[in-house]
Each structure stands twice: as structure tokens, then as C-alpha cells.
Design a protein around this ligand. Structure first.
Ligand code: SIN
Length: 297
């Protein structure tokens, strides 16, 4: 019988799961334990999982229906045999990129929040890693919300922001998009700044990505000042978990209550990650009144 153990990696988020071989079937009891650990720690790491693509897909499906990747800059899936898998890589074959995001920094973001129903989760599997650099960081958006001053909570309560669809986290324009000169006109979903997490109902700050974001109903300068304050707060080092990759690490994270980003790495080194994501429900605003929380204005 499989006995998993879950070891927290950071005080707020991130835990390592050991005692499991993800190539083998996962029984209901273990799946329930994984779901509980995931809800508690937001980011789960499984080391030493040499999964084939079908095994990655099978494990991912335990957490829900797969959500195909959003449009990449090249306009077609990277793996024609497995279009649900996104490839994150700087490798080029005959001058053609085999994956997305290159070798530069990927800035803080949540995945695909420019759609009405962003993915609930993503899984990232390390198939080739550089000798240094390329670390990935996650930040805890429950904690970011909880630790905001009351006057900021009051200011953002009931507010929505635009989640721009134009650029990916490496700053590359997605196929079919055009440059945005005024964030108020950016294409993309309008989501509450504070959401009720669909599973836990806990409030979480929901920022998406900074570029071309705009808080609806504010003038642009006021919106930019508020967003700068929120982003600075949300990415404070004490809210974050740093992943230094080992070959065949698999990371599963919750995309509604975390942000993530990646460090740059040596362009002469190769990094190949295969990634899946899970469909999520519509985003709902957090209502402090119904949760019995008083906010000062
Ligand atoms: C991503 O943003 O999904 C990629 C993270 C990474 O390359 O580590």
C-alpha cells in the first residue's frame, strides 16, 4: 500500500511529496491525501518522477479535465501528438523553437487569467535542466491578501481589473494580438481583485500579470499606483517558495491562489519542461460581508 509523506518546504507554501511513484495507478485514498496536501500547501513537489508524456497526462487528469495551452507566439501546438502538453523550452531545432518562453526571465503571473475561466492548476515536469539558473518561484496570494492593510482591503473590495491577453510572461506577443498603447483598452477578462477561492472559499488576491493591467473605474494614474503597491506587496520574499530544479521534478500548483515567475538562465544551456493544466470554474469575487469580515474604510 502506498504511504505518502508530505514535508513543508516553506512556512507559507510549498511541500514535497515522497513515497509515491507517479507512473503507477494512484488509489482513491492516496488521491484524497494529495488533494488535501495540495489545498494546504498550494504547490506540491514530487522528486525523481521520470514520466513519459502519456504518464504525465494520466497523472494530470486525476485533478480534472485538461485545459489546452493558450495561444503561443508561433500559432500552433508544440507537440502535435499531445496538443494538451505545452513545452517550455529555449531549445531550437534547425532554428525553430521547440517550446515557449526562451531563456530570459518570465515575470510574475498567473496562467491564462485573460480568459473567463482560468486553469485551476498546472503541472510542470523537468526533462532537461541547465546547470544553474532557471529557478521558479511561487508566491502565496492568500497570505498576500491577509497581510494587506485594512484600508487597502477596503479600497480593492468589489473592484475588478483587466487581465491583458496580449503578451506572455516572457514579454512575447501572442499570435493574433496587436500592441496595446492604453491599458484601459487591453483585451482580456475582467476579474475581481479579490476572489473567493472556488474550493476553499478563502479570499485571495488575484492579480494575473502587471503589464497592461488596469483597475476598472479608476483614472489611469490612480490605477497604476494601486497596482504597483499591490504587486510589490504580493511578491514579497516572505510569501514565496523557490524551486531549484532537479531532473524529473514534477511540480503541481494551484493557479488561483499563487503567482509564479522564473529566473533567466544561460542561453547556451538547454532547459526542457513539459507542462499541463487543468480546467477551472468561473472566478467569483470575495464578499467580506458574507464572510463576516469587517473592513475599515
Ligand atoms: C511557466 O511560467 O509556466 C514556466 C515556469 C518555468 O519555466 O519554470
Amino acid at each position: 500500500m502506498t504511504r505518502i509523506s508530505v514535508t513543508p518546504l516553506q512556512s507559507s507554501l510549498g511541500a514535497e511529496v515522497s513515497g509515491i511513484d507517479l507512473r503507477q495507478p494512484v488509489d482513491d485514498e492516496v488521491l484524497a491525501a494529495l488533494r488535501e496536501a495540495w489545498a494546504r500547501h498550494l504547490v506540491l513537489r514530487f522528486r525523481g518522477q521520470a514520466l513519459s508524456d502519456p504518464e504525465l497526462l494520466a497523472f494530470s487528469r486525476l485533478f480534472g479535465e485538461l485545459d489546452p495551452p493558450g495561444p503561443n507566439p508561433y500559432g500552433k501546438p508544440f507537440l502535435s501528438e499531445f496538443p494538451e502538453i505545452n513545452v517550455i523550452s529555449n531549445v531550437k531545432v534547425d532554428g525553430v523553437p521547440i517550446g515557449n518562453l526562451g531563456d530570459g526571465e518570465a515575470v510574475w503571473h498567473c496562467d491564462m487569467t485573460y480568459v473567463e475561466r482560468p486553469p485551476r492548476a498546472a503541472l510542470l515536469h523537468a526533462l532537461e535542466i541547465p546547470p544553474g539558473g532557471g529557478d521558479t518561484f511561487w508566491s502565496d496570494m492568500y497570505l498576500a491578501y491577509e497581510t494587506l492593510p485594512d484600508h487597502t482591503k477596503a479600497l480593492i473590495s468589489g473592484r475588478r481589473a483587466i487581465h491583458d491577453a496580449t503578451y506572455n510572461s516572457a514579454g512575447m506577443m501572442r499570435k493574433g494580438m496587436k500592441e496595446v498603447t492604453d491599458p484601459r483598452e487591453a483585451p482580456g477578462a475582467h476579474h475581481p481583485l479579490v476572489i473567493a477561492h472556488p474550493d476553499t472559499r478563502r479570499p485571495a488576491l488575484f492579480l494575473g500579470r502587471r503589464r497592461n493591467s488596469y483597475v476598472l473605474g479608476m483614472d489611469l494614474a490612480e490605477s497604476n499606483a494601486l497596482l504597483d503597491t499591490l504587486w510589490e506587496h504580493a511578491t514579497r520574499p516572505e510569501f514565496t517558495f523557490r524551486q531549484e530544479w532537479q531532473l524529473h521534478d514534477l511540480i503541481l500548483w494551484d493557479n488561483r491562489c499563487t503567482l509564479h515567475r522564473r529566473d533567466a538562465f544561460d542561453p547556451n544551456a538547454s532547459r526542457i519542461m513539459h507542462r499541463t493544466q487543468i480546467k477551472g470554474p468561473a472566478i467569483e469575487a470575495f464578499d467580506p460581508a458574507s464572510a463576516g469580515m469587517a473592513l475599515e474604510s
